[in-house]
Design a protein around this ligand. Structure first.
Ligand SMILES: C[S@@+](CC[C@H](N)C(=O)[O-])C[C@H]1O[C@@H](n2cnc3c(N)ncnc32)[C@H](O)[C@@H]1O
Length: 291
């Protein structure tokens, strides 16, 4: 979808991360999320609470799972401080990983549509202590721009392996934009680059799941000026066609079990998955484990 205003779903996600971080049994810690989400993010989250009770956990699981991979990626690269590494956050919204995982030798890039990015930067500048310079901000619309060209113009080095996160973004993009982004990661970046993204199933996006909350979720997203347009039951053919050769996919139920040790069928987490894809085999593919 071409952006007319800053993403409200990005504010919603930040509000849930803030709440999830405050819990006694927190599985994530994002000290910046509350300030970034602000009162507007909280108000949107309160609307969603009325029909999707597990949404906070769902966001927390996704963030915790990806955080584990970020931490592992940074650990794997810190043994050689002479070789800096790169973390790219595609569709970053109000993501604070650049601040949360800031480390010498790790360069963070945040890619998003200009209006969302400008709103995030304005919020960041008002947050005392937030290291705004921890990320390089790159404006891009995946529907029409080549994100890799834009990244390179901002200092991204395609000859250096990167961890690329694409969290909570694919549902909002049309398939050609998803394919071109996948293709550029698989064939334009250093071959050991690893991509992590989540996606809905087709039935969820098309409204064929039985939960009434799903329809209300779709309606609320449209009310916020955005729309779920993409879902797939099997991303492997597309990942293969766009150049990936190693794929691991986990359901949100599996990711939730790993990071919380709990499972409940009624959470309906089985309609969303998290995918790890790369061109060459990543050093370790095992799922993160609960400590
Ligand atoms: C639900 S938010 C997720 C934000 C962030 N990744 C997170 O998890 O907190 C969706 C994000 O995708 C971005 N997005 C949607 N369509 C886009 C497009 N065509 N080009 C670039 N970014 C897009 C929005 O601006 C927004 O930041």
């Amino acid at each position: 979808m071409t952006e007319r205003h800053a993403s409200r779903t990005a504010l919603l996600v930040a509000a849930y991360r803030a709440r999830a971080s405050r819990r006694d049994d927190a599985i994530i810690s994002d000290p910046w999320a509350a300030g970034l989400a602000g009162a507007e993010g909280e108000a949107i989250a309160a609307k969603v609470d009325a029909f999707l009770l597990e949404r906070e956990l769902w966001i927390a699981v996704r963030t915790a799972y990806l955080d584990e991979h970020v931490a592992r990626w940074i650990r794997a690269h810190e043994s050689d401080a002479t070789k800096p590494t790169q973390v790219v956050v595609l569709g970053a919204g109000f993501d604070a990983r650049a601040a949360r995982f800031a480390k010498t030798g790790v360069r963070f890039f945040e890619v998003d549509q200009p209006a969302t990015q400008q709103e995030k930067l304005a919020a960041v500048r008002k947050l005392a202590g937030y290291p705004a310079s921890a990320a390089t901000y790159v404006a891009c619309d995946f529907e029409k721009d080549d994100f890799l060209d834009r990244l390179q113009s901002s200092g991204f080095d395609p000859a250096v392996a990167a961890l690329v996160l694409w969290e909570g973004v694919t549902p909002y993009l049309h398939e050609p934009a998803i394919r071109s982004t996948l293709r550029r990661v698989a064939t334009g970046c250093e071959p050991r680059t690893v991509l992590l993204f989540d996606h809905f199933t087709r039935s969820f996006v098309e409204g064929a799941t039985r939960s009434g909350g799903d329809q209300q979720a779709r309606d609320l997203v449209e009310e916020l000026g955005e729309r779920f347009v993409f879902g797939t039951n099997d991303p492997v053919p597309m990942l293969f066609e766009e150049g990936f050769r190693h794929v691991r996919s986990v359901s949100f139920d599996e990711a939730c079990l790993s990071v919380t040790g709990t499972y409940r069928r009624e959470r309906q987490f089985r309609f969303q998955r998290i995918v790890l894809a790369s061109r060459t085999a990543p050093p370790r593919l095992a799922a993160p484990t609960r400590s």
